[in-house]
Design a protein around this ligand. Structure first.
Ligand code: HEC
Length: 117
């Protein structure tokens, strides 16, 4: 499938379960379905937990392969990509590229005023 990124394929039942189990291990940092809780519009590697939802499959694929072979700089993604097979990386790239990005407004700190009268 590599090199034919514009070919359309749909996950079979077993593939769908496998890719969801893998994606769940990414959710702790990248958010459920790839929507990490980061300021709106923040999508770069400079952000601690980048949003993966809605990125192109090729972009995700290239980054994951770079993390896996060590050619792309990372703090922790080397560890998280090294155990993945090539096909798993392709599936994860497809999976996250198909998720819809959710635009969140940054949470502003609130000042609570309590009165004990
Ligand atoms: C412990 C937190 C953590 C987990 C778990 C994790 N990531 Fe990451 N991810 C990061 C951080 C932090 C970065 C930024 C690069 C770096 O510092 O390693 C990143 C970067 C990325 C990028 C590049 C995004 C960009 O804009 O450059 C991709 C793609 C990615 N992760 C995919 C995944 C996938 C797929 C999984 C699950 C197999 C996963 N990550 C698991 C924290 C995590």
């Amino acid at each position: 499938m590599l090199g034919h990124a514009d070919e359309v394929f749909v996950f079979g039942a077993e593939q769908a379960v496998h890719v969801r189990a893998l994606a769940a291990s990414c959710a702790v940092c990248h958010g459920t379905l790839g929507n990490a809780v980061v300021p709106a519009g923040a999508r770069s590697a400079d952000d601690s937990n980048p949003v993966l939802a809605g990125r192109t499959r090729d972009d995700l694929l290239e980054k994951l392969l770079g993390f896996r072979d060590g050619s792309r700089q990372a703090t922790i993604m080397h560890q998280h990509s090294r155990g993945l097979s090539l096909i798993e990386i392709e599936w994860l790239a497809k999976h996250f590229s198909e998720q819809l990005p959710v635009i969140r407004l940054p949470v502003t700190p609130q000042k609570l005023e309590a009165s004990h009268d």
